[in-house]
Design a protein around this ligand. Structure first.
Ligand SMILES: Cc1cc2nc3c(=O)[nH]c(=O)nc-3n(C[C@H](O)[C@H](O)[C@H](O)COP(=O)(O)OP(=O)(O)OC[C@H]3O[C@@H](n4cnc5c(N)ncnc54)[C@H](O)[C@@H]3O)c2cc1C
Length: 575
């Protein structure tokens, strides 16, 4: 059995920022980061548009209070306002710190960090490195981990969280290179395992975003919070689903339907294309439903709308959003200087997750905590995004809450002993799981079952939802879950067996999908990204609460937890 004082699962922005903070504050604490990818291949590296902070470089009128209000309004009043206060107050500090680390932010003429407009933000406050912001940030952080002596296990797949009697004790991991199984015991386990876009059939997320950390926590008995809130980004490139950053609209691009009309006028007359994502995604879906979508041959009634950059001019397109131009050119052959891009909503972000307090410690219930277990970033729900996240607030959450969580771990770990448990028990369990998958004599291919599951989630838990559609979806999911025992693997080897990893990831997808659908079915109102056609209004008297969903193979139990309201009373949301 291996051991480290602290193990962090996830080499994305949240995990790296936490690891760095622990080492900066307490260099003697032994910290390891584990990732199933190489850390710089974490999905954070793909973040494009930017990171919000009230630096006041472009807009001196901006303030943390305005940022906090925009975030809470954007969240449809479900965000915890104490958590939002930390997020927005600490934002300028974490940006300056990143800059000192060497992150190359784009600049104004006078040399200060540039800031651009973003959806739902009332001021120009999004800092960026062209449209490759995640790349710029993650590379510097990973470099800093190496300088600070953090041990990195890359391409190890974590299969199980060891959690006994309300206390996290370690993890079980599988080396993708050679099939070796290892247990790591730790005083503190932290998850920074990212999102779950791959639960759906069309997503902007990378192939590794399968919600493993969420599933492992749920299977260990930890509740998951607000899983019904799935963010659909308005502008996924059609038909591939990859992201065309909101920065493109931030820099002035228009959304148009088949008649060439800027249809956002009907849905958000003030903010137009820069309305929050939930509203813009619904608007696009309604246009498509009403027959004002576009077909590839340009005729009406098709599956996408247009994102039009042409009036921005070549120089601006190539200097501010060059990567988005390149994506459209490479993937669908569109030259955005001369033609509009085909776009439609794509699954993008997970507002819910592992419930944590503002120190990053995981909750067991509304009023108790799990010892030795912390989480931050997209897999965690602190909750700063509530029912709908504003663009450029997620990178910010990773850095602010990565730092806060690192800081609290560096204190917490001083008081902890190494926990006791029987490693053989967990090793045997992991070996049996792998053996069973390899030996299984089924007839179903993994890719086929995964596709059916993803199609079912997209069809039954999409932008618009009803009780009937979701109940049908849950029945289908139960049937698909049964088929998991009939998948077969061609590859029986120990060396780089990606088929085995896909089989384990499929289990994560299935657990997370069921939690999303069940939480969505139980929330009988429309709020933020959760839009019920059978309950079209927000219902504060019954649902101004966070969902806590507890998983067990027998079924899912739903509880609710109060929302923290300290600054802004809920109001109607208009843009
Ligand atoms: C295309 C795209 C563009 C975006 N642009 C922006 C933007 O401009 N601004 C913004 O604010 N937000 C943006 N976001 C959202 C933001 O990038 C993410 O929410 C954030 O980067 C998540 O970081 P993270 O550290 O939580 O997780 P990730 O970066 O997703 O990292 C997860 C880590 O966990 C590891 N892991 C997962 N499961 C396991 C396992 N079983 N075993 C071992 N390791 C595991 C992975 O290997 C990886 O290292 C964007 C997202 C996408 C998809």
């Amino acid at each position: 059995m291996l051991q480290h004082d602290v193990i962090i699962i996830g080499g994305g922005l949240a995990g790296c920022r936490a690891a760095l903070e622990i080492k900066r504050l307490t260099p003697n604490v032994d910290v390891a980061v584990i990732a199933k990818t190489h850390p710089i291949r974490s999905h954070s590296v793909a973040a494009q548009g930017g990171i919000a902070a009230t630096l006041q470089n472009v807009d001196p009128e901006d303030s943390w209070e305005a940022h906090a209000f925009d975030t809470v309004k954007g969240s449809d009043y479900l965000a915890d306002q104490d958590a939002v206060e930390y997020l927005t107050k600490e934002a300028p500090e974490v940006i300056i710190d990143l800059e000192h680390m060497g992150v190359l932010f784009s600049r104004l003429e006078d040399g200060r960090i540039a800031q651009r407009a973003f959806g739902g933000h009332s001021h120009k406050r999004t800092c960026y490195a062209a449209d490759k912001t995640g790349h710029a940030m993650l590379h510097e952080l990973v470099n800093n981990l190496r300088h600070n002596g953090v041990h990195i296990y890359d391409e190890w797949y974590v299969m199980d969280l060891i959690l006994e009697a309300g206390e996290a004790k370690g993890i079980v991991m599988y080396h993708i290179l050679d099939g070796q199984l290892e247990i790591i015991r730790a005083k503190v386990v932290m998850f920074g395992t990212g999102g779950y876009g791959r639960v759906f059939n069309t997503t902007s997320n990378d192939y590794a975003s399968t919600g493993d950390g969420l599933a492992m926590s749920a299977l260990a008995g930890v509740p998951l919070e607000d899983m019904e809130f799935v963010q659909f980004h308005p502008t996924g490139l059609y038909p591939v689903g990859v992201l065309i950053s909101e920065a493109v609209r931030g820099e002035g691009a228009y959304l148009r339907n088949v008649d060439g009309e800027r249809f956002m006028e009907r849905y958000a007359p003030k903010q137009m294309e820069l309305a929050p994502r939930d509203i813009t995604s619904r608007a696009i879906s309604l246009e498509i439903r009403a027959g004002r979508g576009i077909h590839p041959d340009g005729s009406a009634g098709g599956p996408f709308v247009h994102l039009d950059l042409r009036h921005m001019g070549k120089d601006k397109i190539m200097s501010r959003v060059p990567f988005c131009w390149e994506e459209a050119h490479r993937l669908v052959g569109v030259d955005a200087v001369n033609e509009p891009m085909p776009v439609r909503p794509t699954v993008h972000y997970c507002m819910g997750g592992i419930p944590v307090n503002t120190d990053g410690q995981v909750r067991r219930s509304a009023d108790s905590l799990v010892e030795g277990f912390f989480a931050a970033g997209e897999c965690a729900c602190v909750s700063v995004h509530g029912a709908n996240r504003l663009g450029s607030n997620s990178l910010l959450e990773c850095v602010v809450y990565g730092r806060r969580t690192g800081r609290s771990i560096s204190q917490y770990v001083q008081k902890r002993q190494f926990p006791e448990f029987d490693p053989q028990l967990y090793l045997n369990k992991a070996q049996e799981r792998i053996q069973k998958l390899l030996a299984q004599k089924g007839t179903i291919r993994i890719a086929k079952l995964r596709q059916k599951f993803q199609d079912c989630m997209s069809e039954h838990c999409g932008v618009f939802r009803t009780e009937e559609i979701m109940r049908e979806g849950l029945a289908k999911l139960q049937d698909l879950k049964q088929q998991y025992s009939q998948i077969y693997l061609d590859d029986k080897d120990n060396c780089w067996n990606t088929e085995l990893i896909e089989a384990m990831e499929l289990q994560s997808i299935m657990v997370v999908g069921e939690l999303i659908l069940t939480s969505a079915l139980n929330r009988q109102e429309s709020r933020g990204a959760h839009s019920r056609e059978d309950y079209p209004s927000r219902d504060d008297s019954n649902f101004l609460q966070h969902t806590l969903a507890y998983y067990s193979p027998a079924g899912i139990d739903i509880n609710y937890m109060p929302v923290v309201i300290t600054m802004f009373e809920p109001k109607e949301r208009k843009y």
